[in-house]
Write a protein that binds this ligand. Structure first.
Ligand SMILES: [Ca+2]
Ligand SMILES: [Ca+2]
Ligand SMILES: [Ca+2]
Ligand SMILES: [Ca+2]
Length: 265
């Protein structure tokens, strides 16, 4: 297995708890939805992390002695509502609905633990979906305005939790998208005859072999890793035949630029 991001199953629980703790610390003063299976969102800039508490260990949902599966494998339903939200689903097949405002939607991190297929809906505003190696095949529905898909490993703290940086009055995850010669993306236009409702599939390849496919509906722009230091690959899905070209990270503006910016800068 040549995947450059190894599974860290033994660290997963600690890592995800650490993610929640970091978000809790960082969001003092920001409206924060408490972790819950259904997080309703607020009209502030929410930072909401999936609770991952609907699982086999939850004896309220999965009563002892009941063999048939009653739980949902850590599924969360996260709403952002108004303003610019950061929604992080963590384990399980989660649903995130950004609502109005320019939201950042993260289905994982899942570190290769299944089920891991998330449904991420941006709604109005310029929304961003971040997928990282170890997350599963997902669906991103950007809907209105100018929406961006990012494929790249997260920048993590030594304990495996996500690094979140301040950008304006919000928190943004950071990714490591340059100097990744093993990673590439392939754009596949979806013919109407497939009856899928998506315009494109974007496959993330490791050493040329598809690892996952993320479905794209009403998404305008896709960033993928580049082998070159300081660069990413970008494609515009609102053009007739989208193709990847090189872009300098220093020339990517706004919230997307803040997410892609190398941490050394
Ligand atoms: Ca909100
Ligand atoms: Ca979850
Ligand atoms: Ca998930
Ligand atoms: Ca939105």
């Amino acid at each position: 297995m040549t995947h450059p991001t190894p599974a860290r199953t033994g660290r997963r629980g600690r890592r995800l708890l650490a993610t929640a703790a970091v978000v809790g610390v960082l969001t003092a003063g920001i409206a924060t939805g408490a972790a819950a299976f259904v997080a309703p969102g607020t009209n502030g800039n929410d930072v909401t992390v999936g609770a991952d508490n609907d699982n086999a260990d939850n004896t309220f949902i999965q009563p002892p002695g009941v063999a048939a599966k009653q739980h949902m494998d850590n599924t969360d339903v996260l709403f952002g509502r108004g303003k610019d939200d950061l929604l992080i689903g963590r384990l399980g097949g989660d649903t995130a609905l950004g609502g109005s405002g320019s939201d950042i939607l993260v289905g994982g991190p899942e570190d290769f633990a299944a089920p891991n297929s998330d449904v991420l809906v941006g709604d109005t505003g310029n929304d961003i979906n971040i997928w990282a190696p170890g997350d599963g095949s997902d669906a991103f529905i950007g809907n209105e305005n100018y929406d961006t898909m990012i494929f790249a490993p997260f920048v993590e703290k030594p304990d495996g939790s996500l690094v979140l940086s301040s950008y304006g009055d919000r928190k943004v995850p950071r990714v490591d998208i340059d100097e990744k010669p093993n990673f590439s993306c392939t754009i596949v236009a979806v013919p109407r005859s497939e009856n899928l409702g998506f315009q494109f599939l974007v496959r993330f390849n490791v050493n040329g072999t598809p690892a996952v496919t993320v479905r794209q509906k009403d998404v305008e722009k896709v960033f993928c890793p580049s082998p070159v230091k300081g660069q990413a690959k970008v494609a515009y899905l609102n053009t007739a035949h989208p193709q990847f070209r090189n872009v300098w990270l220093s020339q990517v503006p706004g919230t997307v630029g803040a997410i892609l910016k190398p941490t050394a800068w």
